[in-house]
Design a protein around this ligand. Structure first.
Ligand code: DX5
Ligand code: ZN
Length: 213
């Protein structure tokens, strides 16, 4: 599946972006929320996203790069989000937060930074709907893919099988046709792509090419 990242969209013309997006082969819309604390950048907040959610007809894949993401479960739910991803590194009480996301009626995902090993998920994997592996250091679009992520995808697949988890494996950062093909071969289920899709002369065609890998 493909989850194009809104971070690389033209924010001055979101209606136009959503027009091609809604007709495209994309499966989800990836939404990167940043707070300038957990990551060294600020993206957009709920007032903007309420408008986007209204004109987007695909499931919202929300990636919170913020401290204390549990404070915003109700806001993410109010957007109509399909899945809420919180960072492992931002949640000392991860098991509680995953339970709260499920209670709110959303799918729950945990995101790992590049330096965080997949082994930290051993005791929570069975409770997760998705694991999002960062293949760049979060905070910015357009960065270079970290090749070690491929080994993490393989190790994560083994961990999910061992723990009886049905979680999907999603990868975020530096995805293009080449790295996308490698990730698919390694066992990734969902690819996030920002600049590769939104900077393309024909974003819908770029999205379709990734879908067909
Ligand atoms: C980075 C974000 C990504 C970003 C990916 O912190 O989490 O979702 O939009 O952008 P590209 O695909 O350009 O690396
Ligand atoms: Zn993201």
């Amino acid at each position: 599946m493909i989850s194009p990242s809104l971070l690389s969209a033209n924010f001055a013309n979101l209606e136009k972006e959503m027009a091609w997006f809604n007709q495209s082969s994309a499966d989800w819309l990836h939404i990167d929320i940043m707070d300038g604390v957990f990551v060294p950048n600020i993206s957009f907040g709920f007032p903007v996203l309420e408008h986007v959610a209204r004109i987007c007809n695909k499931p919202l894949d929300v990636h919170l790069m913020i401290v204390q993401p549990e404070k915003f479960i109700n806001e993410v739910k109010a957007l109509g989000a399909y899945i809420m991803n919180v960072h492992y590194e931002a949640c000392p009480h991860l098991h509680r937060v995953i339970g709260q996301i499920h209670e709110a009626g959303m799918k729950a995902g945990v995101t790992l930074n590049p330096a965080t090993p997949v082994s930290v998920l051993e005791d929570i994997a069975a409770d997760l709907d998705l694991v999002l592996l960062m293949s760049v250091n979060p905070g910015f679009g357009g960065q270079k893919f970290i090749p070690h992520t491929l080994q993490k995808v393989v190790a994560l697949r083994q961990l999910l099988e061992r723990t009886g988890s049905k979680a999907l494996i999603e990868v975020d950062g530096g995805v293009n046709l080449e790295t996308g093909r490698q990730l698919k071969a390694a066992g990734a289920d969902v690819l996030v792509a920002g600049s590769h899709i939104f900077s393309a002369p024909d974003p819908a065609a770029a999205c379709k090419a990734l879908s067909e890998l």
